[in-house]
Write a protein that binds this ligand. Structure first.
Ligand code: PNS
Length: 164
């Protein structure tokens, strides 16, 4: 069975990576789907975000990484021959938004199920936004993100500094 793990991944964190590894162990194939989120203006382009997920997941044989074209997630999932959407849940605060999306996705495409994996406790406090803030302010993000992401964030913020 194929599962799809969608998200903004701007950038992929160690919390996302943990969900990817666990989901990859549950399904024959896992597609990590990098999607734009219309309410956020991303730091990395879709191609950069997908490239970073690819580097982080290079050792995971049944994981592939794609970019969501301008279409609904459930349309992509069905077109991809998948029936399951995987999402990670960190805390109660994630629940309402995730519940809304899961119910709307089921309304749009009743044949597709959303399953939730609880985050590993050590990643419960992590988010892409907070990691970007720490990196922007020069803090240490070792361990909070896969190593290629740490390097890419450092390069991004070095470029920003150089422009000032
Ligand atoms: O990492 P995020 O920002 O929580 O991911 C949100 C994402 C990309 C999964 C969501 O915005 C999404 O599914 N976008 C694709 C467009 C779509 O199908 N929207 C309707 C969802 S009910």
């Amino acid at each position: 069975m194929i599962a799809v793990y969608p998200g903004s991944f701007d950038p992929v964190t160690s919390g996302h990576y943990d969900v990817i590894v666990r989901a990859a162990g549950m399904f024959e194939r896992l597609t990590v789907l990098v999607a734009g989120n219309s309410s956020k203006s991303p730091l990395f382009s879709s191609e950069e975000r997908a490239g970073l997920v690819r580097q982080a997941c290079a050792d995971l044989e049944n994981v592939s990484v794609e970019i969501l074209p301008p279409t609904l997630l459930v349309e992509y999932v069905v077109g991809h021959g998948a029936k399951v959407i995987v999402k990670g849940l960190r805390a109660v605060s994630d629940f309402e938004y995730e519940f809304q999306m899961a119910l709307l996705n089921r309304h749009l495409q009743p044949g597709v199920e959303t399953i939730f994996l609880m985050t590993a406790a050590e990643h419960a406090y992590l988010s892409s936004s907070i990691v970007k803030e720490i990196a922007r302010l020069g803090g240490d993000i070792h361990g909070l993100v896969p190593e290629p992401v740490r390097v890419a964030l450092a390069a991004k913020f070095d470029q920003e500094q150089a422009k000032k």
